[in-house]
Design a protein around this ligand. Structure first.
Ligand code: INI
Length: 160
């Protein structure tokens, strides 16, 4: 019989940090609302949730890595909105935010969830921040719960 390891969506004393970019705040505040509501609905004590505000998505990885490394959180949720302009700035911010978030996760072995929108237009971002295409903040928070409940099983597996 294979061994199946799988997280669930039941928060049981898990602690979460949310790192949120202020750039495009009208979008990111909806992502944050979605993430907090999802954690709340799944049983998180919001007093155990830390929300860290940074200027923009470029700054998310360093804050996420610091939270992850602190040992105070079972998962770190990154929320931001990068919207394409007419300069290559978009590509640099996207690439820094994506690879930096992944690096923060791999370096610390703490799940760092990617709820950073990268869209061509403001309308596409609005659609993914609580409108017709769902809410990426909710998705990232659900994934955070699943990973926070999975990681101890994985770590026990290696120890055993
Ligand atoms: N930051 C974002 O989060 N989204 C954007 O769309 C964006 N654009 O387009 O410039 C953006 N820029 C700011 C960047 O994240 C840094 O805060 C800034 O460069 C200072 O380091």
């Amino acid at each position: 019989m294979p061994t199946h390891l799988e997280g669930d969506l039941c928060v049981d004393g898990h602690r979460f940090a949310i790192v949120v970019g202020r750039f495009n705040e009208h979008i990111t505040e909806n992502l944050l609302d979605g993430a907090l509501d999802t954690l709340d609905r799944h049983g998180a004590d919001l007093d155990d949730v830390t929300v860290v505000y940074v200027p923009g998505s470029w700054e998310i990885p360093v804050a996420a890595q610091t939270c992850a490394r602190s040992g105070d959180y079972d998962a770190v949720i990154c929320l931001g909105a990068v919207i394409r302009g007419e300069t290559p700035h978009f590509d640099y911010v996207c690439s820094g935010a994506t690879s930096g978030s992944m690096q923060a996760s791999l370096d610390t072995e703490v799940p760092v969830l990617f709820g950073i929108l990268t869209t061509d237009t403001v309308d596409q971002a609005i659609a993914r921040a609580g409108s017709k295409a769902g809410n990426k903040g909710r998705e990232a928070a659900e994934a955070a719960i699943e990973m926070a409940t999975l990681m101890p099983q994985l770590n026990e597996g290696w120890a055993g």
